[in-house]
Design a protein around this ligand. Structure first.
Ligand SMILES: Cc1ncc(COP(=O)(O)O)c(C=O)c1O
Length: 392
């Protein structure tokens, strides 16, 4: 039997990137002491008021079909968060609720892109982007980030990649996997390109609240950008809610009906009790979330300090998000071989970062997703592997 041409476009390297993670999960299920640092899903529990709101919603019978674009209270809470956090005044009607940022990215791509269009994304990119863009029929154009500046933007390369076919730029700040938080001058320059060439900007801001140095800036608030920017975000990372699948788009008003039509035909609304919980999540800052962010910072500091002491590898200190990039080029191994040996010989799983794109070749991505004791043990094991390779 024959499949659609879509299956080719969604089945590339990105889909295979998780192989090492699945192998590690399998070993851990068999009872082996594997430290899993290969996924962006920390060990924090969803704060209890959010869980309680979900249970109350269930008990109150919010178990029927819901509004296709999201419950009004949730859309209003998301709009308030965007105003307070990003300084962009938006109405609740500009918000469409999706099943996680992943689903929202997919919706944005399908409503903006056509076959033959080009989408520029700074490389490395989050692994699913290629398939998301591919699903729409458009072509992904990877523009290398500048390794010499710790993976910040190469604005000249970005400008040079624009062709008459370019339809959108896809940005992610704070960035997965590099941990870069784009500065205002970088965002201004991207915004200028979008305005000059009449491009859409898809701004993936799932790590917006997880910054360690300077705060996150949303490009949507820059002059002339609100009408051409789709902000994509979710509660997955900010509220330790990866499994709840609550995300959204914030879009210019004329795009919203199209996103709503897509939500209707592919999703048909998120569970009401989940949306009840999501609205509570966004209603107030909780002590648990503050503690979570402090803990992530402490993990980052610990891991970076420990890795900096290992000869032959170089740790890139992230400015945001929840990953540390480790440059292992001096070991002489490829990132894939390093990650495989780390798993096979030392029971630590990290992702070879070239799964995110060629610019990250020779780096592995370490997730700050387990407690400091386990991270410390993982650093010992990384040191043992690096030592056995006799580098430095
Ligand atoms: C950059 C980036 N965008 C989007 C997503 C998807 O997030 P969600 O869980 O909200 O679908 C992730 C998840 O790791 C991510 O790292």
């Amino acid at each position: 039997m024959r499949f659609s041409s879509l299956v080719e476009r969604i089945g590339g390297e990105g889909a295979r990137a998780w192989d090492i993670h699945y192998r590690a999960v399998e070993r851990s299920r068999r009872g082996e002491d594997v430290i899993l640092l290969s996924v962006g899903d920390p060990d924090f529990a969803t704060p209890s008021p959010i869980v309680e709101a979900c249970v109350s919603g269930l008990r109150a019978g919010n178990t029927h079909y819901t509004d296709m674009t999201g419950q009004p209270a949730l859309r209003a809470a998301i709009a308030r968060r965007q105003a307070a956090g990003a300084g962009q005044d938006v109405s609740p009607e500009q918000v469409v609720v999706f099943s996680g940022a992943q689903n929202a990215l997919f919706a944005a791509a399908l409503c903006l892109l056509d076959r033959g269009d080009e989408v520029i994304a700074p490389d490395p990119i989050y692994v699913t982007y290629e398939a998301v863009i591919g699903a729409s029929g458009a072509t992904l154009v990877r523009v290398p980030l500048n390794r010499a500046s710790g993976f910040h933007l190469d604005l000249d390369a970005l400008a040079a990649a624009i062709t008459p076919r370019t339809r959108a730029i896809m940005l992610n700040t704070p960035h997965n996997p590099t941990g870069v938080v784009l500065r205002e001058d970088e965002l201004e320059a991207v915004a200028a390109l979008c305005r000059r060439h009449d491009l859409w900007l898809v701004s993936d801001e799932v790590y917006a609240t997880l910054t360690y140095e300077q705060p996150h800036i949303s490009p949507a608030k820059l002059p002339g950008m609100a009408e051409r920017t789709i902000v994509v975000s979710s509660l997955s990372k900010s509220h330790a809610m990866t499994g709840w699948r609550v995300g959204w788009t914030i879009a210019p008003p004329d795009l919203v009906p199209h996103l709503a039509n897509l939500a209707l035909c592919m999703l048909y609304g998120l569970p009401g009790f989940v949306q009840d919980a999501a609205a509570v999540a966004l209603s107030a800052e909780s002590d648990e979330l503050v503690a979570m962010r402090h803990e992530l910072r402490a993990r980052r500091d610990l891991v970076c300090t420990r890795l900096a002491q290992i000869p032959g590898v170089e740790c890139l200190r992230p400015e945001g998000a929840m990953f540390v990039m480790l440059d292992i080029r001096e070991t002489g191994l490829s990132a894939q071989d390093f990650a495989e040996r780390l798993l096979d010989e030392h029971a630590v799983s990290v992702l070879p970062a070239d799964a995110f794109g060629p610019t990250a070749r020779g780096h592995v991505r370490i997730g700050l997703v387990v407690d400091r004791d386990r991270l410390s043990t993982a650093c010992d094991r990384i040191a043992a592997l690096a030592g056995s390779l006799a580098v430095g």
